[in-house]
Structures are given as C-alpha cells and as structure tokens.
Design a protein around this ligand. Structure first.
Ligand SMILES: [Zn+2]
Length: 423
C-alpha cells in the first residue's frame, strides 16, 4: 500500500497533510485519518485516541510509540517508555556483574588472608609440638636409662646400683622437668585455643548456608518453568509417611527437604528396610513424572532403591512391593543395575539397565488409565524398562494407589522432581 500517496492529502480538506490516525474509541462513522483541520472539527477531542502519523512512519523495531496499542490503562505504556528511555535493564546487568565480581574478589582476598594467618598458627603449633618431643627426649634421658639396663657383662647388684643412681638424678630434676613441660603445654594450649581447628568448618557451613539465600532466584526460575509446563509441581505439597519393617530402627531412616523442596531419604544401617509412602492417592487419568537419584553411603555392596505404586490397603505390608508395581535398583561400587528382586518393572525394552553411574538420574513416568508405567535413565535415555505382562493387570485392577520410596542398607535417595499433568 502506498501510504505516502494515500495519506498525504485529507479527503475533506484537500491538500492537507495527514497528521494522525484515530486508533481508539472508534465508531463506525468515524474517520480514520486526520489532518490538522479535521482535529479542530472534532468534538470532545482527546489526543489519547490518536496515534501520530509521523511516529508511525518512522517506527523501527524495538521502539515504543505513544498511544499504541490502545490499552485500558495509559500509564502502562508510559511506564514501558520510561524503562526503555532510562535503559534501566542494561544498567542493571552491568551493576549485577560489577557486584558479583567485587564480591568474589573481596571474599577471595579475605579468605587468602585468613588462610595465611591459619598457616602461620599451625606452623607455630607444630614448632611447639616438635619442642615438646625434643624436650621429652632430652629431659627423660631415656636413651641413657636404656643403655644402663641393656648393658652386658655386669652383675645384678651393680646394675641395681647404677639404676638407682640414675633414678636419683631424674628425681632431682622432677620439679624443673615439670615446670618445663607445663610451660610448653601451656603455650600449646594457648595457640590451640586461638586456632580453634573446628571453627573454619563451622564458618564454612554458615557461609554456604547464607549463600543459599540466593536460592530465591532458583525458586523464581522454577516457578517460571512450571508456569510454562503442562505439569504441576507436587514437591511443595507432598508429605511422606514412614513404614518400617522393624520399628526399633526408626532413627536410622530419615527424611528431609532442601531449599528446592527436594526430598532426601537416607538409610544408615545395614540389612534394615524402610519405606515412605505419599500422603496423596494417584489420580488414574493423570500423567505423573518422578525423578530420582541415589548414592550409596559407605562401601558396602548391594544397597537398594525401590520405588513405585502401592495400594492403600497394602502400604504397610511386604515392603510396599506386594502389588508388583515397583522397581528395584541395586547400588554397588558407585554403579547401579536393575535388581534381580524387582517386582513389576522388570521388562527391559531398551538397553540393559546394567552398571550405570550413580550420577545418572532416573525418570519414573506413569499414567494408570493409559497403561503407561516405565523408567528411563536421564539424560541419555539409553535404557528403558516397563511393567511385565502380569503386573499390567494389577495396574488396571488396583484402586487407591500411592507413590512410595523404599530403601535397604546404606543409601541416600533424592526425589528431585514430582510432577502431575495439569489437565
Ligand atoms: Zn482534514
């Protein structure tokens, strides 16, 4: 469309240049293009309903022009223009980088100084440590003592006499020896108190905990992702109940939640079993995705991570696995494989689920009505296992299912994600 030609002239006022386009509060009878004289002939004229022709013609991508598009609140466009004019966001990026670079260098400098001071103290304490041993060797005269009692070619009486003579000298030195050792020990204690070797670890913990406060950013990022995703994050609302095979070992099984709401389960005793089942009942028409990761605690072989679904009525029986809707993974030597004791999720349809690194995340995905029930390794997705034929019947028939996580021996499990399809 040749705007120049069409708009150069107003149809009502010949030869007049078009200055504005009416873009808001339009009625069917209204003209669209207005020259200077048209504007004067308008009743109840307000510039808010018009967009400048000049601005429109000169518009380039990234620019904002007055009054367009029409919004219910004109202040909004003004605010956007102000943000743009002040270049606020660009300035913020610079400020943020400046802030973090400075913070890093200040922290680094402080830590360097502290490290130097600590090293100095430690070398002092080592000196005293050395002095104590040196003095002990010297003052105890043990080498002399040993020489006396191990000499050959003298009779018993003579040996007794020599020993008595030696011990007499030692006795004479008792007081001065005591004072000397006491002094050294005091020096040692004073330095030890100053260094407080356990203190740096304590400060480190506190420092890292403080840095965790930046996690408000992660939370926002997560919320943003969740909004976009079709899935709802279940982590903030899940609760777990503990089921123990032997209740006496309750304290060896723990559950906690980190700042990302991820659950950490750990079992610290050998040959003890425990499970945690969710407070909610699975909705059969919804898709669910759970992501898990585990690592063995200690060097013992055969540590088990078990998870899956369990009926409400069997949740306190047979380690939660009675319904044959579960997977069992065995962790040894920082690798894991699908366990020979797996109940349900035993049909491997891709890869072999053998000797995978403990770093590998496991995705457990299911939808009861759609007969989906599978696990996959993340991020590679080289291995996949699904329900065996018999267990598929269980998935169809069973009602009131709950999600559960079980463990045996020394293992720590992290429930990284738990999501449910929104619609
Ligand atoms: Zn006109």
């Amino acid at each position: 469309m040749d705007l120049e030609n069409q708009k150069l002239k107003c149809k009502k006022h010949n030869q007049n240049e078009i200055l504005f386009v009416k873009t808001d509060s339009l009625t069917d009878e209204d003209d669209i293009f207005y020259c200077e004289l048209c504007l004067f002939s308008q009743q109840n004229f307000t510039l808010n309903n018009f967009t400048s022709m000049k601005q429109l013609m000169n518009w380039n991508e990234g620019e904002i022009i007055y009054n367009f598009p029409p919004l219910e609140d004109n202040q909004i466009l003004n605010q956007i223009m102000l943000l743009k004019q002040e270049g606020k966001l660009n300035k913020q990026t610079l400020k943020i980088n400046e802030f973090f670079e400075q913070l890093k260098s200040e922290i680094f400098q402080r830590l360097n100084e502290i490290q130097k001071i600590m090293n100095h103290f430690v070398s002092k304490i080592l000196e005293i440590d050395f002095k104590i041993i040196e003095n002990y060797n010297h003052l105890s005269k043990l080498s002399e003592f040993k020489k006396i009692v191990t000499q050959t070619g003298i009779n018993q009486e003579e040996l007794v006499a020599q020993t008595k003579q030696f011990l007499n000298i030692i006795k004479q030195n008792k007081k001065s020896n005591t004072t000397k050792f006491k002094c050294l020990l005091e020096d040692y204690k004073i330095l030890e108190q100053q260094i407080q070797l356990e203190k740096p670890e304590e400060i480190k913990e506190k420092l890292l905990k403080t840095l965790n406060k930046f996690s408000y950013l992660n939370k926002f990022e997560k919320t943003e992702q969740n909004l976009k995703s079709k899935y709802q994050d279940l982590l903030p609302q899940i609760q777990f109940s503990k089921y123990l095979f032997e209740s006496a070992y309750s304290s060896s099984l723990q559950i906690s939640q980190n700042y990302l709401n991820q659950f950490i389960f750990s079992s610290s005793l050998s040959n003890k079993w425990g499970s945690f089942y969710s407070n909610f009942i699975i909705e059969n028409d919804k898709k669910y995705i759970f992501k898990l990761k585990a690592e063995q605690l200690g060097s013992q072989k055969d540590n088990f991570l078990v998870f899956g679904l369990v009926r409400d009525e069997t949740k306190d029986k047979d380690y939660c696995t009675k319904d044959y809707l579960s997977c069992s993974l065995c962790y040894s030597n920082n690798k894991f494989s699908i366990s020979p004791y797996v109940r349900g999720l035993s049909k491997i349809i891709r890869g072999n689920f053998d000797n995978l690194s403990s770093e590998t995340e496991i995705e457990f995905r299911f939808c009861v009505n759609k007969n989906i029930f599978q696990i996959t390794d993340l991020p590679d997705k080289n291995h996949r296992a699904v329900l065996d034929e018999n267990s598929k019947q269980n998935l169809k028939a069973y009602k009131n299912l709950r999600f559960f996580i079980g463990m045996e021996n020394q293992i720590q499990i992290t429930l990284l994600e738990a999501r449910m399809e929104k619609k």
